[in-house]
Design a protein around this ligand. Structure first.
Ligand SMILES: [Zn+2]
Length: 94
């Protein structure tokens, strides 16, 4: 089984709110230990978050790309990302 590195629209609907909270906590710990990286890529020393799996509304007013990388390891970002992934999944469902 491959490691879950972010939130996925198809599976998040199957999780209970408690499981989503646990997933946020897991990702927070693993990203801050450096075991997992936020979804995205480096190009010419600048980090770009994945448009589909990482970028959330909280990221838009952060300009410096490396600051954005650190931001994507915060609890606030992971919570907003989880909620927005969930909302996106519900919209695709109806
Ligand atoms: Zn963010």
């Amino acid at each position: 089984m491959s490691k879950v590195t972010s939130f996925h629209s198809t599976e998040i609907l199957a999780l209970t709110p408690t499981e989503i909270e646990e997933r946020i906590e897991e990702l927070l710990v693993e990203r801050n230990r450096g075991e997992l990286q936020p979804e995205g890529y480096f190009y010419d020393g600048i980090w770009y978050p994945s448009e589909t799996q990482e970028k959330a509304s909280c990221c838009f007013n952060i300009n410096h790309k490396l600051e954005l990388y650190d931001h994507c390891k915060t609890e606030n970002h992971l919570k907003i990302l989880a909620v927005e992934t969930l909302i996106g999944s519900v919209k695709n469902f109806v």
